[in-house]
Design a protein around this ligand. Structure first.
Ligand code: KMH
Ligand code: ZN
Length: 291
């Protein structure tokens, strides 16, 4: 397949997105929202096969926040207790402003999500106008934070090309994308949509895919078949199967790792993920004075 695939990779990068910004703790008591819950989740998910954690944080009231202190404490705690690549969300919630989303980079994570375009998001709109997207991209380059391009729609792939053509390669030199499929208003979580998006990716890019809600399994299976990587987690689905709520994030990672094993592309360790994504080893970065 053309675009971002080429030969299938030897191993599978599993990203866990444990919390998100959309689900209320009151509606889902198993959702990790405190720092302790998030760290315990990350430790369990690393043991189950995750290599990257995509992080949204919550405040003391359990609601989504982009408070810089909470973000910084979270990055530090995850680094202390895990080897996972720490990827902070710059998407936040649909109610977060652009300045707060740009300031996420000040917490100096290994990586950040970067959505390249606007998308309807159920009854809301997830706004990513071009001036904001290009500013966020330029700031990620200056801050030495590796972006993961979140693509909710085919038009977002065009935006990705425009970013790379206009502003050059991301920090680390490698382009990695995540297809977020099945959001009401975005591209559907189908194999056909996945193939269309992957074919349009830049040459040499790697990619993962995640299917929201009921599209989780079809998208995971399609991604493995097409040589992609996997993102799973309670940000994206709260049901493990028909009438069976998700118990915790680790069981979603365990299932993803089993699927990857079946596909003969076992879960990748965090160090291998860092190599693939162009993320410096943390100890090298610290010795080099990057932090
Ligand atoms: N919560 C969504 C509005 C990201 O993390 O970068 C945006 C989102 C994407 O989840
Ligand atoms: Zn997110």
């Amino acid at each position: 397949m053309a675009g971002g695939t080429g030969r299938a990779p030897r191993a599978t990068l599993i990203t866990v997105a444990p919390t998100g910004a959309e689900t209320a703790k009151a509606d889902c008591p198993a959702l990790p929202v405190t720092l302790d819950e998030l760290v315990a989740t990350a430790v369990a998910c690393e043991a189950a096969g995750a290599a990257v954690v995509h992080v949204h944080v919550r405040g003391a009231d359990t609601r989504p926040t982009l408070d810089p202190v909470v973000l910084r404490d979270t990055v530090d705690a995850l680094r202390e207790r895990t080897s996972l690549v720490v990827q902070l969300s710059t998407g936040g919630s649909v109610r977060d402003g652009y300045d707060a989303r740009l300031a996420v980079l000040d917490a100096q994570p290994d990586a950040c999500s970067l959505t390249t375009g606007t998308v309807d998001f159920g009854d809301d709109v997830f706004l990513n106008p071009w001036p904001f997207v290009s500013e966020l991209y330029r700031r990620s380059q200056d801050a030495g934070v590796v972006p993961e391009f979140e693509l909710f729609d085919l038009g977002h792939v065009e935006r990705l090309h425009r970013l790379l053509d206009g502003h050059g390669a991301p920090h680390g030199g490698h382009v990695h994308c995540d297809l977020v499929m099945g959001v009401p208003g975005g591209m559907p979580g189908t194999a056909a949509a996945l193939v269309a998006a992957v074919q349009a990716l830049p040459q040499g890019a790697t990619w993962s895919a995640t299917g929201i809600g009921r599209t989780t399994l079809p998208v995971a299976l399609a991604a493995l078949s097409a040589g992609g990587h996997l993102r799973v987690g309670m940000e994206d689905t709260l049901s493990f199967g028909p009438r069976r709520p998700v118990r915790d994030n680790a069981e979603l990672v365990e299932r993803a790792a089993r699927l990857a094993e079946l596909a003969q592309r076992p879960a990748m360790a965090p160090a291998e993920a860092r190599g693939m994504l162009g993320i410096e080893d943390r100890t090298t970065a610290i010795q080099g004075g990057a932090r």
